[in-house]
Design a protein around this ligand. Sequence first.
Ligand SMILES: CN(C)C(=N)NCCC[C@H](N)C(=O)O
Length: 287
Amino acid sequence: MTAAAPLRVHAPVRTATPRRYVLCRPDHFEVTYAINPWMDPAEPVDRARAVAQWDILRATLEAHGHTVDTVPGEPGLPDMVFAANSGIVIGGLAMSARFHHPERSAEGPHFHRWFAGRDLRELRGAAEINEGEGDFAYAGERILGGVGFRCSLSAHDEVARYFDLPVVSLELIDPRFYHLDTALMVLDATTVAYYPAAFSPAARAVLAELYPDAILADEADAVSFGLNGLSDGRHVFVDPGATGLIAQLRERGFEPVPVDVSELRKGGGGVKCCVLEQHTRRDTTAG
Ligand SMILES: CN(C)C(=N)NCCC[C@H](N)C(=O)O
């Protein structure tokens, strides 16, 4: 009798869909204040390096078939490069951000004015503190919402009402991962990757129930800002230092595309922080 062939499990074939993103070139990037544990105004910043890395990020997104719109940066607003914080755009509805820290509050009106010049069905400025896609991740039939450091449950209610989508509130507990998108990445409408220890036990239970097949990242991947990556359904633009996560993404059929924005890490942001997605509204895919 011949031995049975070992069972081989094939990763699913992943499909990329073209996306439209908003970025802001770090022409005014610097670290002059500290509003998260990654920022140290005493550490020198090489702005030319930050710009060069950002230029590669932009070119990489475009080379993968995506459209990049850019918002002009403003002198004196060094964190504008983190355009993911500018708001939330889903299906032609946009909500511009209201920042938690006074150091960033003037960014809100700049981004709002930029959104006002876009072809949107409706635009509203957030009434509650809301740092856009930093704490809100569109995942197909729901929005995942971070709470604990920057935005509150009342912001989650406001977002749920405006976009007419349920917001699943997830409490963040580690100050290094102060925005949801530093600890969790949506890969497609049914797949996420996250670092469990960044979440409260209750939030972990919710994530385990919603995403039993999630990719679980370890601390090394999380501190490399690996979860602060961006997926188009197939390609995952990710920090090259997140080697464990990169291997797991490959095993699951995704195609990791390493992009180094380490100079911007001095401001506390990675790849995803630099990118706001203008989502189309789909009920079954995070498009
Ligand atoms: C998800 N995104 C956008 C981020 N995590 N943003 C980085 C913001 C960095 C900024 N110095 C701040 O602390 O607000």
